[in-house]
Design a protein around this ligand. Structure first.
Ligand SMILES: Nc1ncnc2c1ncn2[C@@H]1O[C@H](COP(=O)(O)OP(=O)(O)OP(=O)(O)O)[C@@H](O)[C@H]1O
Ligand SMILES: [Mg+2]
Length: 533
């Protein structure tokens, strides 16, 4: 049966072709093998319907599942005891829960055919490095039009449009992930093998309805991402960090290292980074903390933003760097450029992983050392995660004050312990006391971020680092989060971050520089609006 006949058959069968993702699906046919770019791959044996992927892999917007008719057939065991139908016998073998059988999307099959034909026609031209993206897109578009014309498919204009978009996404874009990447509300996409794609929205993780066709389909998309940035992923180098064209950060790891199937993690890059006002609106910090941090940056204090993974360290670092006066020369050093500095005088440096032969690596540490020869007024290190900690501390202690960085730690005390460990990684064999002295004299403020159970990201402490007492670094919380307020009926934390009443020693520096803070900042005088007290 050719494509046109299939469509007609589907339409005669009364199911038609769904016009919206998530609408009722067409009749079932065996899954087809996907052809790899650059040459066909042996077709997987046609699977009987029952062995087909658990759900159509076409993306289904979560919201549409509530409004559109469900694409699933829900079958529950009959409750009448003694009914002797086949259904009833099956019911005894069935699990207690209703069984959800997803039907297949007719358009999805047509799309598979179109993708297959497209790969056959395009062959190695799809990966031709001499073809730029616009030329490639033009070629794909032309071939795709001719496939659709040639197939004489009785598609409506809308179906045709959808077909073209999805084939385009699959061949040139990120396949089923493309709608998630395009969805502004999604901040992170996590693919755990072909059938489990998680997304983060408003700080909460949920399993999306997006599915890949099979493992080969995920691999094809991963390969597209990494080959575009000149890297490769295969059994000999099964893990890769890369970046999408829009700046989103990508990590891919494939079997045999990823036992549960190819795994992809995409931290979406937001073109409109959160501003200090956004963070106040989201209750991540209070206007008073914003005022204090602004003063700390202007007064050239050395600040470390500490937090667990994905707590918003880079976002806060970006906000803090926004407080740097415009007449200063800033050198930013990152693994993958994420900071969006608004100032004019900025030099952005990015580290480089080793190439395929293991050569050519330029580490963050190399860049920190190099930056000292670039006459920086400020050095911003995206994240301290190795020996660069030592060079950064030395820079902070030798005239490059006002530096900013982030560190992976769950409390401000842990952040100092982690810094010590990182300094040891520099391999200088320094005595612990010397390291602690370096740390305590270099770091002035630690801002701790936490992602709370309600999904919100908050500043949970602002801590001043004083100095040393015996072998211990002394520190004092200036602000701390009030967990005792508990959780509201909607699951949201009711507490807020409150001043401890301590006036930090560094305010002396503010006074010297003539920086005036509102009296309310440290909890004296009028408290912040919206604060609990
Ligand atoms: N205060 C905030 N409120 C809501 N969302 C936030 C906040 N800060 C950051 N985010 C979002 O959280 C995600 C992670 O932020 P970010 O990259 O800054 O975290 P990170 O701690 O640097 O992560 P990593 O440890 O992976 O480097 C992003 O999608 C960002 O937009
Ligand atoms: Mg980060």
């Amino acid at each position: 049966m050719n494509l046109a006949e299939r469509v007609l058959a589907a339409q005669k069968g009364g199911r038609g072709i769904p016009t919206e993702p998530g609408a009722p699906a067409g009749p079932a046919t065996p899954a087809r093998a996907v052809t790899e770019p650059g040459g066909p791959v042996p077709a997987a044996p046609s699977a009987p319907r029952d062995n087909a992927p658990p759900a159509p892999w076409l993306p289904v917007p979560e919201s549409s599942t509530q409004t559109a008719p469900s694409p699933t057939v829900t079958w529950a065991p009959p409750s009448a005891k003694g009914a002797q139908t086949d259904d009833h016998r099956l019911a005894h073998r069935a699990p207690a829960q209703p069984v959800v059988v997803e039907t297949h999307d007719a358009l999805a099959r047509i799309k598979e055919d179109a993708v297959e034909q497209l790969f056959e026609r395009m062959g190695s031209r799809l990966n031709d490095p001499n073809l730029d993206e616009t030329a490639l897109q033009g070629l794909v578009q032309a071939e795709l039009n001719s496939i659709i014309e040639g197939g004489k498919l009785p598609l409506t204009a809308r179906e045709r449009q959808r077909l073209i978009r999805e084939v385009h996404d699959d061949v040139l874009g990120l396949g089923p992930l493309q709608p998630l990447i395009d969805d502004k509300a999604v901040t992170e996409v996590m693919v755990n093998g072909p059938f489990r794609v998680y997304v983060e929205r408003a700080g909460k993780l949920t399993l999306s309805q997006v599915r890949f066709k099979d493992e080969a389909h995920v691999r094809r998309i991963i390969e597209r991402i990494v080959t575009k940035v000149g890297r490769r992923i295969d059994e000999s180098s099964p893990l890769v960090d890369a970046r999408l064209e829009d700046g989103s950060r990508v990590n891919a790891i494939i079997p045999p290292l990823a036992v549960s199937g190819s795994t992809l993690t995409i931290r979406k890059f937001s073109k409109d980074a959160l501003t200090v006002t956004d963070m106040i609106e989201k209750q991540s910090l209070t206007p008073e903390i914003a005022e204090l941090l602004n003063a700390c940056v202007v007064a050239r204090l050395n600040i470390i933003v500490s937090g667990g993974t994905g707590t918003g360290k880079t976002t806060l670092l970006n906000v803090l760097s926004g407080f740097i006066p415009n007449d200063e020369r800033i050198v930013s050093i990152e693994d993958a450029v994420e900071l969006q500095l608004q100032q004019d005088h900025v030099v952005r440096l990015e580290s480089r992983p080793p190439n395929v032969e293991g050569k050519g690596e330029v580490t963050i540490r190399d860049l920190v050392k190099n930056s000292l020869r670039m006459r920086p007024d400020r050095i911003i290190v995206g994240e301290c995660r190795g020996g660069e900690a030592l060079d950064m501390l030395q820079a902070m202690n030798t005239g490059h004050d006002g530096s900013l960085s982030t560190i992976h730690a769950n409390t401000s005390r842990d952040a100092l312990a982690r810094l010590e460990t990182l300094v040891l990684m520099a391999g200088m064999d320094l005595p612990l006391r010397a390291i602690r002295e370096q740390v305590s004299s270099a770091i002035d403020v630690i801002v701790q971020l936490t992602r709370l159970r309600d999904g919100s990201r908050r500043v949970t402490s602002v801590t001043e680092v004083h100095g040393m007492e015996g072998q211990t670094i002394t520190m004092q919380d200036v602000f701390e989060f009030d967990y005792s307020a508990g959780v509201g009926p909607d699951g949201r934390f009711l507490g807020t971050i409150r001043p401890t009443g301590v006036r930090p020693g560094f305010t002396q520096k503010f006074d010297d520089l003539g920086i005036r803070l509102s009296p309310s900042v440290f909890g004296t005088g009028q408290l912040w609006s919206g604060g609990r007290h």
